[in-house]
Design a protein around this ligand. Structure first.
Ligand code: OSB
Ligand code: MG
Length: 366
């Protein structure tokens, strides 16, 4: 496949409600979209980097810069998607930027071949069960209202964002209100230290599915120590940036569950490798999210349909995030999203909507 050129498009997507985590509050997403054009087809990749480097070191402007300055010049003129990772390997890090570019190449290649992401990745289901990630709120009544709304919409699993000062009480309140059958988990986004182990152990009383990323991004050793002190299973998100990290975490006993976010780890091919590795080691995985539009969501839903994804993902319906999505909206049916079956991502940006939200566009001839 030969790439003619690449468009770097920036879109501004206001969220339906502010989303607060331990690292900050988002009210709108500033998203980089990569469009790869070939003579036969074009493909889209949504970069999950956020406007500021608070979740990880990547950020939107930096991703655009590294793509235009280093990644595109490193791509061979004629390529297959399997060549992309190897060609980009000399450039360190920047996995979200690499993932966006590789995903756009993969989408173009699959559209040209008439094959869907789900089929290419090895999906074993036609629909996936959906969870929802609920941000930190100003009060417990406000949180209970939000959770009630999501439960009524059919979400099969609730994830509460936590931080020191917003942990045991909100979890207890949600458990008491919605009962023991609710699938419930928490995500700390690295807000705690190992010295908080006694506090985190108080969450053991609430039968959580998992606690996601309690400690620092780069601390597999302390996560292993914490795992010895909690009954709640530890799931890693930020700490796992590659299959090698996943292998190290498994060997150290740092986690028993992995959140797979293709952007964080450099793309869908690496996501599949981590899925395979975890499955062979008896480690459950689920598909995380980064508040994607329908473009990124389509690929995530396809990935979440692989057989090792045994826990519901953060693959929520479009309207949990955006009043108007850039694609036809993903809508929950009976707590599930359908895996797109059309070629490539199986969804298209709606031109008028895309133009409306576009803030900048740059064409790069390759
Ligand atoms: O840690 O999983 C996270 C959103 C942005 C950055 C990090 C995270 C999240 C979420 C939301 O929890 C997941 C989603 O619904 O897309
Ligand atoms: Mg997380």
């Amino acid at each position: 496949m030969k790439i003619t050129g690449v468009e770097l498009r920036r879109i501004a997507m206001p969220l339906v409600a502010p989303f607060r985590t331990s690292f900050g509050t988002e009210t709108s997403r500033d998203i980089l979209l990569v469009r790869v054009v070939t003579p036969d087809a074009e493909g889209w990749g949504e970069c999950v980097a956020m406007a500021e480097p608070l979740y990880s070191s990547e950020y939107t402007d930096g991703a655009a810069e590294v793509i235009r300055r280093f990644l595109l010049p490193a791509l061979p003129r004629n390529l297959d998607v399997h060549d992309v990772g190897r060609a980009l390997e000399p450039i360190k890090g920047h996995r979200m930027a690499k993932a966006a570019l590789e995903t756009a190449v993969l989408d173009a290649q699959l559209r040209a071949a008439g094959e869907s992401f789900g089929r290419f990745l090895g999906a074993s289901r036609t629909r996936v069960p959906c969870g929802v990630s609920v941000g930190i709120m100003d009060s417990i009544p406000q949180l209970l209202d939000a959770v009630e709304g999501y439960v009524d919409e059919g979400y099969v699993r609730i994830k509460l964002k936590i931080e020191p000062g917003w942990d045991v009480e909100p979890v207890r309140a949600v458990r008491e209100r919605f009962g023991d059958d609710l699938l419930l988990q928490v995500d700390a986004n690295a807000a705690y230290a190992l010295t908080d182990a006694p506090r985190l152990a108080r969450l053991d009383a609430f039968d959580l599915l998992l606690i996601e990323q309690p400690l620092a991004n780069d601390d597999l050793v302390q996560h292993a120590k914490l795992a010895q002190r909690l009954r709640t299973p530890i799931c890693l998100d930020e700490s796992i940036e590659s299959a090698e990290h996943a292998a190290a975490a498994i060997a150290l006993g740092s986690c028993s569950i992995v959140n797979i976010k293709p952007g964080r780890i450099g793309g869908y091919l690496e996501a599949r490798r981590i899925h395979d590795l975890c499955r062979a080691n008896g480690i459950a995985v689920w598909c995380g999210g980064m508040l994607e539009t329908g473009l990124g969501r389509a690929a995530n839903v396809a990935l979440a349909a692989l057989p090792g994804f045994t826990l519901p993902g953060d693959t929520s319906g479009s309207r949990r995030y955006y009043a108007t999505d850039v694609t036809e909206p993903f809508e929950l049916v009976d707590g599930h999203l359908e895996v797109p079956a059309g070629p490539g991502l199986g969804v298209e940006p709606i031109p008028a909507v895309l133009d409306e939200v576009t803030t900048a566009s740059e064409w790069i001839t390759v």
